[in-house]
Design a protein around this ligand. Structure first.
Ligand SMILES: Nc1ncnc2c1ncn2[C@@H]1O[C@H](COP(=O)(O)OP(=O)(O)O)[C@@H](O)[C@H]1O
Ligand SMILES: [Mg+2]
Length: 241
């Protein structure tokens, strides 16, 4: 579905991604882990088409991702740590906005669909609330509903729960679990190891701008035993969690 090959990226002369290749198959759930600053967010931005890599190629369903108009950009959804909802719009309006503006959907239809999505993220009763009237976890669930409104086929999540306390983290991860059960292809950067093992088909470990391990999720514990860098990373998480 998505094929990234030999991606390189530097900022101000510092190389942040070094020859990174990653393939994502339709329906696959890929979890990316690794220390802060290892290049995870840069990789997501580079392979989702948000940012241009310095070298290498990315294709989505066989089409180069930088080719304008060659594929439907809205098929790729992205969720960030900061929810970035439009503050002056209600939850419902946030979800309806892009379908109406970008997909030129009829307002009534867009509203109907937004209400269905609110149900999926268990926030039907908050349709008319503004972002600042919602908890962080609720805002993130609205952000997920907003992304889903564009009918994405592939979704990237960049530490969707890092800004949330444990209770809200569970609320948001439960939604991701439901999406995954529905067959959505997802790539998710997370420090939630229990979640990674539960939903991931593959766990990709990044360190200093390279992928140092790409393994089936069930091998994570074993890999930690074999690889000192993974072991160190996981034990640090244990300390901090
Ligand atoms: N827009 C940017 N401009 C300059 N440096 C950046 C930018 N984005 C990321 N970096 C640097 O690239 C490195 C990798 O960052 P990032 O991809 O955010 O790592 P991670 O998501 O794994 O924490 C860091 O050293 C960071 O400071
Ligand atoms: Mg990051």
């Amino acid at each position: 579905m998505l094929r990234a090959e030999h991606i390189e990226k530097s900022y101000n002369g510092t190389q942040v991604l070094k020859d990174v290749s990653l393939n994502i198959k339709q329906g696959e759930k890929v979890v990316i882990i690794g220390p802060s600053g290892s290049g995870k967010s840069t990789l997501l931005r580079s392979i989702s088409g948000l940012e241009k890599a310095d070298a290498g190629s990315v294709s989505y369903k066989g089409v180069p991702i930088r080719e304008k108009g060659a594929y439907d950009r809205t098929e790729i959804g992205m969720i960030f740590q900061s929810f970035d909802l439009f503050e002056h719009l209600t939850a419902l309006e946030n979800i309806m906005l892009a379908p109406v503006l970008v997909h030129k959907e009829n307002k009534e239809r867009a509203k109907e669909k937004a209400m269905e999505l609110l149900e999926i993220v268990h926030l039907s009763e908050r349709a008319d609330y503004y972002p600042q009237e919602l908890s962080g976890g609720q805002q993130q669930r609205i952000a997920i509903a907003r992304a889903l409104a564009m009918n994405p086929k592939l979704m990237f999540f960049d530490e969707p729960t890092s800004a949330l306390d444990p209770e809200m983290t569970v609320e948001v991860l439960d939604i991701v679990v439901e999406l995954v059960k529905g067959g959505m292809t997802v790539v998710i950067v997370t420090h939630e190891m229990e979640f990674a093992r539960r939903v991931g088909d593959r766990v990709v470990f990044m360190d200093q701008g390279t992928i140092i391990s790409d393994m089936p999720a069930e091998r994570l514990t074993m890999s930690a035993a074999e690889n000192p860098r993974i072991k160190q990373f996981l034990s640090q998480l244990g300390q901090y969690n």
